[in-house]
Design a protein around this ligand. Structure first.
Ligand SMILES: Cc1cc2nc3c(=O)[nH]c(=O)nc-3n(C[C@H](O)[C@H](O)[C@H](O)COP(=O)(O)OP(=O)(O)OC[C@H]3O[C@@H](n4cnc5c(N)ncnc54)[C@H](O)[C@@H]3O)c2cc1C
Length: 397
């Protein structure tokens, strides 16, 4: 029997936070990770500046088969708890937009803070350690690893999702759940660029790099996000598209309101009255990037304003508010920020993240079927679920 009270598998956001919380409450915790570095996703997050939380993060910012599951943990460890920790470490940060908090300097600040907190409470982190097997035993769990065999009463799985395999992502958590007979929700890539093919791609690809600063993108099931959109050489991306990708299902159409909160019909009538001889692409370029306006108009015969009858003007107004785009797929786990689905929340206590049928076994962070919107919510879930589990390891809840 090893001298640890608990082992955490995964030295990412959720794994480190679990160990810190339990360590602060007097538990001896060992964190194992197969990677050569802790917190690789923290380092690459937020374009290198880690969007570490969102001031307005709440249950409505999460997708899950059970939307109520995340409530308890989120309420007991809020963005303000994490912000207090960041302040304590005097890490400079700013709100970029919509409550999203980013480091002023580097994601390294957040990782170094977590590693310092872990060290303060004698959490041991062993990297480059493969987990060969996990078995249930009389005392709890028997682990066979590259660093030897361990027997511990409590085991926390914080191995994250499948996105960015190059960074060490594996399906370990899902496989372990299956091994213990636990239900998992189907996994798929989320917060991921959407791809196009055929004519739509031919139209968009030449605009690669071009951004529309404020569009409203909506999915078939009525989700709407108003943020920027980006054309890429494979299709569309940018915050609004990443957000909608988590709701998009293959075969569905995405609608883009190119002039959100504006009256396209009224504006077009004014333009017809003011400059009837102008080409539509010329006036659309008052509102949209010029090359985007040209692309739209080329697809519909490049009309002049005075050639459009009432019906055609109404069609253009409708098109500007609901430009239809049918993605052929997503860029997949190679570039996805998160994995949707995962260990079913039916299997876990929402208070502690402990398995209902396997006492002593916990799942925290992205491996659980709770996925945040873009904007710092995924880290907030990692911190909050980890905090709940960490307290439970110490017998607090
Ligand atoms: C490019 C990118 C940018 C992102 N930016 C943001 C952002 O700005 N804000 C935000 O809120 N979210 C962001 N996210 C999402 C966020 O990074 C994750 O949701 C979060 O890291 C999940 O934390 P986790 O601890 O559950 O998993 P992870 O951070 O993925 O940690 C899992 C750990 O488990 C280890 N592991 C995996 N398999 C095994 C195994 N078989 N054996 C041993 N160890 C294993 C891994 O090496 C890793 O260290 C971003 C994601 C990506 C990919």
């Amino acid at each position: 029997m090893s001298s640890y009270d608990a082992i955490v598998i995964g030295a990412g956001a959720a794994g480190l936070m679990t160990a810190i919380t339990a360590g602060q409450l007097g538990q001896r915790v060992l964190v194992l990770d197969h990677s050569n570095k802790a917190g690789k996703k923290i380092l690459m997050s937020g374009g290198g500046r880690c969007n570490f939380t969102n001031m307005y993060s709440g249950p409505e910012n999460f997708l899950s088969a059970n939307p109520h599951f995340c409530k308890s943990a989120l309420a007991r460890y809020t963005p303000w708890d994490f912000i207090a920790l960041v302040n304590e470490h005097e890490i400079a940060y700013h709100e970029k937009t919509l409550g999203q908090l980013f480091c002023d300097n580097s994601s390294k600040d957040i990782l170094n803070m977590l590693l310092a907190e872990a060290e303060k409470v004698a959490v041991e982190v062993r990297l480059n350690t493969e987990i060969h097997s996990v078995e249930k035993s009389d005392v709890g769990f028997q682990l066979n690893t590259g660093a030897g065999n361990f027997a511990v009463p409590k085991l926390v799985i914080a191995t994250g999702g499948l996105s960015i395999p190059k960074m060490g992502a594996t399906g370990f958590g899902y496989q372990l759940a299956k091994q213990f007979g636990l239900k998992t929700e189907p996994t798929r890539a989320g917060l991921v660029p959407l791809t196009l093919s055929g004519k739509p791609l031919d139209a968009i690809a030449p605009l690669s790099g071009l951004a529309l600063t404020a569009v409203k993108v909506s999915s078939t099931d009525g989700q709407v996000f108003e943020e920027a959109m980006l054309c890429t050489h494979r299709g569309i991306s940018g915050p609004a598209v990443l957000q909608i990708s988590s709701f998009w299902q293959p075969g569905e159409t995405v609608l883009v309101d190119l002039l959100p909160n504006q009256d396209a019909a009224g504006w077009l009538s004014e333009m017809v009255a003011e400059q009837p001889k102008s080409e539509l692409k010329t006036v659309l370029a008052y509102k949209l990037p010029k090359r985007f306006a040209e692309m739209l108009c080329e697809q519909h015969g490049n009309p002049r304003l005075n050639s459009l009858n009432e019906k055609q003007l109404a069609e253009w107004a409708a098109r500007l508010h609901a430009w239809e785009i049918k993605p052929s797929g997503t860029e997949g786990y190679r570039t996805a920020e998160v994995t949707l689905g995962g260990v079913s929340t039916d299997e876990l206590s929402s208070k502690t993240m402990q398995c209902k049928t396997v006492p002593g076994l916990y799942f925290v962070g992205e491996v659980v079927d709770v996925t945040g919107h873009l904007g710092g919510h995924n880290f907030q879930w990692a911190w909050a679920s980890a905090h709940a589990a960490g307290e439970s390891l110490a017998g607090l809840n």
